[in-house]
Design a protein around this ligand. Structure first.
Ligand SMILES: [Zn+2]
Length: 231
């Protein structure tokens, strides 16, 4: 990874080339920068761009110091447990294998590819959702149907889930793959109820009380937990 010093502090940066006209910069963790720009931009221009934004970067970096980065190269949280990451790069295709205390990842790219890691989190979360749906189908049977639902995963910064009842599609935040399962479950139930009740009206909470009685406490804890991550 490339290095640059700003105000005596070392930052690491990774460049992603896209067909952008403009150059974009974001912090990923308190000392990592992700740059997106056109292939024609030189490394000197990139460093000038970073230096020009140094004040903003340093300020933001300071506020992130006590937070947990979403991606670490040697370990990750999976449903509330720390597991080890063992990885290799330049593989023929992306692949992974999960054991009880580690995940072996082969990246097709020549670097630790956080997009693929997020995809793994999403897949593992959706597998967990399938398991959770078995008792939930039984439990919700007398209230409404939760059959034929399409589940999707996406890393989101502002919400834990969403539901499009007309399309019977529920999207869940892949951040939930990091946290204890009870949080994924309460969010899943919340979104399933939206298949039947569009808004958060009284009827909605009647179902919530029935299917996830502890939801208020869980939501409070979930908000606090998610704040420790940098998304
Ligand atoms: Zn809702």
């Amino acid at each position: 990874m490339n290095k640059i010093r700003l105000d005596n502090k070392t930052f690491y940066y990774q460049v992603f080339y896209k067909n952008n006209k403009n150059m974009y910069l974001r912090l990923s963790g308190h000392d990592k920068l992700v740059i997106t720009c056109n292939r024609r931009v030189s490394s000197k221009e990139i460093e000038t761009f970073i230096a020009k934004n140094s004040e903003r970067i340093l300020k933001h970096s300071e506020s992130l110091k006590n937070k947990l980065p979403l991606y670490r190269e040697n370990q990750m949280e999976l449903f509330g447990r720390e597991i080890q990451i063992l990885y290799s790069i330049n593989e023929k295709k992306n692949h992974y294998e999960l054991t009880s205390d580690s995940v072996r990842i082969g990246f097709k790219k020549d670097h630790f590819d956080t997009h693929y890691l997020e995809q793994i989190c999403g897949e593992l979360m959706l597998e967990k959702v399938s398991e959770m749906m078995i008792p939930l189908k039984e439990h919700t049977k007398s209230f409404f149907s939760v059959d034929n639902v399409i589940f999707k995963s996406q890393l989101m910064s502002s919400r834990f889930g969403s539901c499009i009842p007309e399309k019977r599609t529920i999207k869940l935040n892949s951040l939930l793959a990091r946290l204890p399962e009870k949080y994924l479950e309460t969010i899943l139930i919340h979104e399933l109820i939206h298949l039947k009740v569009f808004d958060h009206q009284q009827e909605f909470y009647l179902y919530m009380d029935e299917l996830s009685p502890n939801y208020k406490q869980l939501k409070k804890e979930l908000v606090a937990l998610s704040r420790k991550y940098v998304i």
